[in-house]
Design a protein around this ligand. Structure first.
Ligand SMILES: Nc1ncnc2c1ncn2[C@@H]1O[C@H](COP(=O)(O)OP(=O)(O)OP(=O)(O)O)[C@@H](O)[C@H]1O
Ligand SMILES: [Mg+2]
Length: 278
């Protein structure tokens, strides 16, 4: 299901949040840890006979920037898609603020408003203008009035340097501009965390920098981010933590210094040698 389909699905089901108490998981002291936003516990996902995620465990604290790196096919996108339930994990547990997202009683549409996602291919409406792309979801999903939605959209377009393009049709923009609009669009929902799936991979090289700059600014503003990326410079310089995935498992996890200067695993060393020499 892509993001447009998500919006359509929500339109059909505009019921108020069903955050059932049964879905809230407490820690051993009977408290909900408010600093941990996302906990992924032993998550598994199989497509046919292909076990793509073989038990993934990690957690994300408020304000953290986590980069996920790894070879093509290692399961990075599948992991992100399981976190906002674009795919349904078939084993393990994913908690968002203590709420079990795999529990059917959790309102997944409401959850997706808090967990924003930025895709490699933008997923914007090409025949609509920039500001309409940004106001659509807040108006439909949050029932925001048009002038308020536009004010918020303009603020977020300003953050990504796209305010002067607000009336332009998306199809007239460059790739870098489209991705900046896609980031502004996500910000308009005031998410708690944003998942980025290779946001610069579809861009011409000269446009990568402008998008990474926007992401760096977001990171320093305190936004919680999980970023699947092939940009090793970003992973090294901007993230708090780097996760290296290999064949459906987390092969190694640590600070950027741990991973880039002192990798413990042979497969991490091999991967880095390959990508850094290209
Ligand atoms: N919807 C699907 N149906 C069947 N197989 C899938 C599906 N989505 C992913 N896969 C398979 O799962 C494996 C992991 O794919 P995934 O897209 O998560 O990898 P990735 O690490 O994001 O790779 P890349 O760096 O190329 O984006 C691949 O073998 C892929 O073919
Ligand atoms: Mg991918």
């Amino acid at each position: 299901m892509d993001e447009k389909e998500v919006i359509d699905a929500v339109e059909e089901n505009t019921e108020e949040v069903i955050v059932n108490e049964d879905a809230v998981v407490e820690n051993v002291n009977g408290e909900i840890d408010t600093d941990t936003l996302i906990e992924v516990k032993d998550v598994k996902k199989t497509f046919g006979k292909n076990e793509v995620l073989k038990g993934i465990t990690f957690s994300v604290r408020k304000g953290e920037v986590i980069s996920i790196i790894g070879s093509s096919g290692s399961g990075k996108s599948t992991l992100l898609r399981c976190i906002n339930k674009l795919e349904s994990a078939d084993g393990g547990e994913i908690l968002y603020k203590g709420l079990d997202i795999l529990n059917n009683k959790t309102d997944i549409n409401k959850l997706r408003q808090s967990i924003g996602m930025v895709f490699q291919s933008f997923n914007l409406f090409n025949n609509k203008n920039v500001i309409d792309n940004c106001t659509l979801a807040p108006r439909k999903l949050k029932k925001m009035k048009k002038p308020i939605a536009e004010k918020i959209a303009l603020e977020n377009l300003t953050k990504v340097g796209m305010q002067d393009f607000k009336d332009k049709r998306v199809q007239t923009l460059s790739g870098g501009q489209k991705q900046r609009v896609a980031i502004a669009r996500t910000l308009c929902m005031s998410p708690d965390v944003i998942l980025f799936d290779e946001p610069t991979s579809a861009l011409d090289p000269e446009m990568v920098g402008e998008v990474l700059d926007v992401m760096k600014n977001l990171a320093s503003s305190g936004m919680t981010m999980i970023v699947v990326t092939h940009e090793m410079g970003f992973a090294r310089d901007v993230s708090d933590r780097v996760i290296f995935m290999d064949k459906g498992v987390i092969a190694e996890e640590g600070s950027p210094a741990d991973i880039f200067n002192n990798p413990k695993e042979e497969r991490t060393r091999e991967f880095l040698k390959r990508v850094l020499n290209n």
